[in-house]
Ligand binder design. Structure first.
Ligand code: ADP
Length: 183
């Protein structure tokens, strides 16, 4: 039996990794599918290609895990690209459950797709990609909560943002100030 782990993975965290590692032991093959949505383009910290590269870097030690992408309805992907596979989702806390339950029922209703849930270890229950992005944007250390590939990409992005801000400051300080009349 194969499984598809869909998500945005912006970027992959240790919580995702925990779910994935457990799933790789249960299923014959797991496909991590980065779902992309034209309307959400530009709202991510990492581009689709960057997220897939990070995922590939983080999963090289898991031989039965592969990385893919899809832009459309998950049930269409399941029917055409992964017939017979189940959808894999991770659960952190009860708060995830309500949302996940609704999506799982809808996917069964519209595409006859089954969803399997795996709980990550409790130490990752507070970890989310959005919190990781927030901390890393201020230069905080998130290396304990993400795989190495994500930590390196986050550091790079932070350094780029810093360099951009510095260049902007420099540009403004070089703009000649117009003299005030009467001074
Ligand atoms: P989405 O944008 O579809 O929620 P994410 O990339 O945020 O995608 O997450 C993909 C899946 O991983 C979801 O099922 C989410 O609940 C689960 N997940 C995210 N963070 C964790 C975590 N720390 N522990 C367990 N599962 C998690």
């Amino acid at each position: 039996m194969n499984a598809v782990f869909p998500g945005s993975f912006d970027p992959i965290t240790s919580g995702h990794m925990d779910v994935l590692t457990r799933a790789a032991k249960i299923f014959d093959r797991v496909t991590v599918t980065v779902m992309h949505n034209a309307r959400k383009q530009g709202r991510h910290l990492f581009t689709l290609e960057e997220r897939m590269d990070i995922l590939r870097g983080a999963t090289t030690h898991l031989p039965n895990v592969r990385v893919d992408t899809f832009g459309g309805l998950l049930v269409d992907y399941m029917a055409h690209q992964e017939p017979g596979s189940v959808i894999l989702r991770g659960l952190r806390a009860v708060s995830d459950y309500e949302y996940e339950l609704q999506i799982a029922h809808l996917n069964r209703q519209i595409g006859d797709a089954e969803t399997v849930f795996i709980m990550a270890a409790t130490r990752w229950s507070f970890v989310s990609s959005s919190m990781i992005r927030e901390i890393a944007s201020y230069g905080g250390d998130v290396s304990e909560m993400v795989p190495r590939a994500s930590a390196a990409a986050l550091r790079r992005r932070h350094a780029e943002a810093y360099a951009e801000r510095e260049a902007e400051k420099h540009e403004h300080s070089e703009t000649p100030q117009r003299e005030q009349p009467g001074h």
